[in-house]
Design a protein around this ligand. Structure first.
Ligand code: IPD
Ligand code: CA
Length: 262
């Protein structure tokens, strides 16, 4: 399939990073048995992955800014463009040898996300989207699922855990949603949750306490797959309030109604 120059840059950077991440993932099983565990190894792999992405993306687009989960914001001369990057989304899965993690790269222009990529190096699922050009999984066009009622829907969420998020609210929300849906899932990599909504594997998804690098690429994937994105309050301040819901428009709005009751 013919990709734009921009997507070619993003794909090349992600594939290069993925080769190293996959090698590192192969090491994890050996490290699980050590007393210290693989945590330090994983955070080094994570930082290395971010540096590879930074080097590759800024070689191709030297003036763009770069916001990465690990290194924070690195300003560029071009103030209207910035990359928003999570080199390893699903770190906890990676650490536990669970092969469900991804590289996430978004490009923002004047505050609007114009391109996104989510790549799982293990399954080799490559999701890409560009504004106005549709969303693709391994070069096949993807669309959000068409289910219109919650009772048929399989929905994913993020969950609070030790040191993170409002567990009480999490219980209320999952409790309210569980009673209405065909299935509730927690996969542990927000970028893939969103990509899977875009691909119609999941009917919807919501999460709180989520960062721009977790959701930047996924937002454009869902939108370009014909889906609906909002924050957990029905607005579009996902980055500002760190919450997100995704689905087709009908299910997305139904989910918002249920969350409101929690
Ligand atoms: C996390 C994952 C997880 C989500 C958290 C994120 P990380 O990112 O996406 O699914 O629930 O909110 O922080 O730490 O694995 O890159
Ligand atoms: Ca993340």
């Amino acid at each position: 399939m013919h990709h734009s120059a921009l997507l070619n840059v993003m794909i090349a950077a992600a594939r290069k990073t993925a080769r190293a991440l996959k090698r590192d993932f192969g090491e994890i099983e050996n490290l699980q048995v050590s007393l210290k565990g693989p945590a330090n190894f994983v955070s080094a792999a994570d930082r290395r992955a971010e540096e590879t992405l930074y080097a590759e993306l800024s070689r191709a687009r030297p003036n763009y800014g770069f916001l990465g989960e690990e290194g924070g914001m690195r300003d560029g001369a071009d103030k209207s463009h910035r990359w928003i990057v999570d080199p390893l989304d699903g770190t906890t899965n990676f650490l536990h040898s669970i092969p469900h993690f991804a590289i996430s790269v978004a490009l923002e222009r004047e505050g609007t996300i114009v391109a996104g990529l989510v790549y799982n190096p293990v399954s080799e699922d490559l999701f890409v989207a560009e504004k106005g050009k549709g969303a693709f999984l391994n070069d096949h066009r993807i669309r959000v699922a068409g289910r219109k009622v919650l009772a048929d829907a399989v929905i994913a969420c993020g969950l609070p855990h030790i040191g993170r998020g409002d567990a009480e609210l999490g219980h209320k929300e999952t409790g309210a949603v569980q009673r209405q849906v065909a299935g509730l899932r927690r996969f542990g990599a927000a970028a893939l949750d969103l990509a899977w909504v875009a691909a119609g594997r999941l009917d919807a998804y919501w999460e709180r306490d989520i960062k721009p690098w977790d959701m930047g690429a996924g937002i454009i994937l869902v939108r370009e797959a014909g889906g609906y994105i909002s924050d957990c309050y029905g607005g579009e301040e996902m980055f500002a309030n760190g919450t997100i819901t995704a689905g087709n428009e009908t299910i997305g709005k139904e989910l918002l109604k249920v969350l409101k009751t929690a």
